[in-house]
Design a protein around this ligand. Structure first.
Ligand code: UD1
Ligand code: CA
Length: 455
């Protein structure tokens, strides 16, 4: 099937330089949501998608470019019918054409699938809905139950305005006929626009059957024209995600205070406290507990691991039974094995830390390979960067790193070695021994504190 997505509008009420369809819901441009949904539809042929763009110049094509998408520029914007007409050279006559809107991001594939099936190969099918307050929307005019035409609010008479069945805008048409109907549109109407909706009367005149389908929920057809509506749809979408997680058995301390901007896979008995944000692909294994106010992006958290409040985790792996935070930061390439403890104000970057090792307070572990059962004292820093190059630190199994040590990479701490507190390690520390670099302590006899002179 052909899919045409209208995305040329300016979105003046967004008060933004970014084209409207590129504003994000759940961290992803609205237009990208529509494209993803179109790709989920199954018909005899995979969807060939054509995006109609205009306002915002090349920003729209460059944001969503992909092998299965073509673009047609609409300039100036003379109405929805004129917009679809820009796609004509790209449409395959052999399959029907589905029309979607780049600013209507949450339509479910199941609702569209029903519409596609209602249309078959040769009917015009319109996604319609019943609304208590249809003001502003196109009305579906039926005679003897059959759809005859659509009339826009601004062109409607009083009787027509009383109709509560509305045009969501989404429709699907046989392509050869669609091309003919688009060619016949005129702009003799209240808005002097070429209305897509006028193809309905043409279909009726040509004896083409016009049918309809309804979405599962009204919000699926809601568009975004302002930041208020964007925020409303965002919350609605987040609520849907939260409800799905609850149904899967995830404990959410408050489903209204969760944000998922990507995919969140949870095992059994996962619990998530308030204020957490998940981005990209996140996997939480069975029994994981995420405490309040954590940011987690592209990460895997192993079974029964516990992430305490205020952690920032990105492109990292936490092993089973890990204890992270509060206030820990796992940066890209942090790979923690089973039962690793990373405490408050500890930053780990591009480092592998083996099972049962601990860094509980105030440390920086960057470009390091840390063995098992290692204890990294408070204030320890791997000096991995000389201003130009990065070097690795290797800490072998059972090493004990005294507090406030600096490990000047490249350097190795041998198996079972101990570093005394305050060591600045510039050469390898041999295994099993105490290494310490520290000025000898002394006490100055007879020394006196300076006194303030009285004036
Ligand atoms: C349209 C329908 C109306 C329906 C409503 C649902 C027409 C004539 N009317 O009205 O029946 O109830 O949607 O929301 O189709 N666009 C372009 N190029 C244009 C004009 C519009 O790309 O030249 C895009 C807009 O950016 C927008 C969408 O098409 O995303 C709808 O356009 P809009 O002007 O909002 O149509 P409505 O007047 O709301
Ligand atoms: Ca609109």
């Amino acid at each position: 099937m052909n899919v045409v997505i209208l995305a040329a509008g300016m979105g003046k009420r967004m008060q933004s330089n970014l084209p409207k369809v590129l504003h994000a819901i759940a961290g992803k441009p609205m237009l990208q949501h529509v494209i993803s949904t179109a790709r989920q539809l199954h018909s005899h042929h995979a969807a060939k998608i054509c995006v109609i763009y205009g306002h915002g110049g090349e920003q729209v094509p460059s944001a969503v470019a992909a092998a299965d998408i073509c673009f047609a520029k609409q300039e100036p914007q003379l109405g929805t019918g004129h917009a679809v007409a820009q796609a004509i050279p790209h449409l395959d006559d052999a399959v029907p054409t589905l029309i979607l809107y780049g600013d209507v991001p949450l339509t479910r594939a199941s609702s569209l699938q029903r519409l596609v099936e209602a249309a078959g190969e040769n009917k015009l099918a319109i996604l319609t809905a019943h609304m208590d307050n249809p003001t502003g929307l196109g009305r579906i005019i039926r005679e003897d139950g059959k759809i005859r035409r659509i009339v826009e609010q601004k062109d409607a008479n009083e009787a027509e305005r009383a109709v509560t069945e509305i045009n969501t805008g989404i429709m699907i048409a046989p392509t050869i006929a669609l091309k003919t109907w688009l060619g016949k549109l005129s702009n003799h109407n209240a808005q002097a626009e070429y209305y897509l909706t006028d193809i309905v009367a043409s279909a009726v005149a040509d004896g083409v059957e016009v049918t309809s389908a309804q979405p599962d929920a009204i919000w699926e057809t809601m568009g975004v024209n302002s930041k208020v509506q964007l925020a409303e749809l965002e919350r609605l979408h987040q609520t849907n995600i939260a409800m799905t997680l609850l149904e899967q058995g995830v404990t959410l301390l408050d489903p209204a205070r969760l944000d998922v901007r990507g995919s969140l896979q949870c095992g059994r008995d996962v619990s998530i406290d308030v204020g957490c944000v998940f981005e990209g692909d996140v996997e939480l294994a069975d029994g994981v507990k995420i405490a309040a106010h954590c940011f987690i992006k592209n990460a895997k958290i192993g079974q029964e691991a516990e992430i305490k409040p205020f952690c920032h985790i990105e492109n990292a792996v936490v092993g089973a039974k890990g204890q992270i935070g509060p206030y820990a930061r796992l940066r890209p390439g942090a790979e923690l094995a089973e039962d690793v403890h990373i405490g408050n104000f500890v930053e780990v970057k591009n480092s592998q830390i083996a099972a049962h090792s601990k860094a509980n307070h105030l440390a920086y572990i960057g470009d390091a390979t840390v063995g098992s059962r290692v204890n990294i004292g408070a204030g320890t820093i791997t000096c991995n960067y000389d201003g130009v190059n990065k070097f690795r630190t290797i800490i072998e199994d059972d090493a004990f790193i005294g507090s406030d040590s600096q490990l000047i990479a490249p350097v190795r701490v041998g198996k079972g070695a101990t570093l005394g507190a305050g060591t600045t390690l510039s050469k390898d520390a041999p295994e099993g021994k105490l290494t310490v670099s520290r000025a000898k302590q002394m006490t100055i006899e007879g020394w006196q504190r300076p006194q303030k002179l009285k004036k």
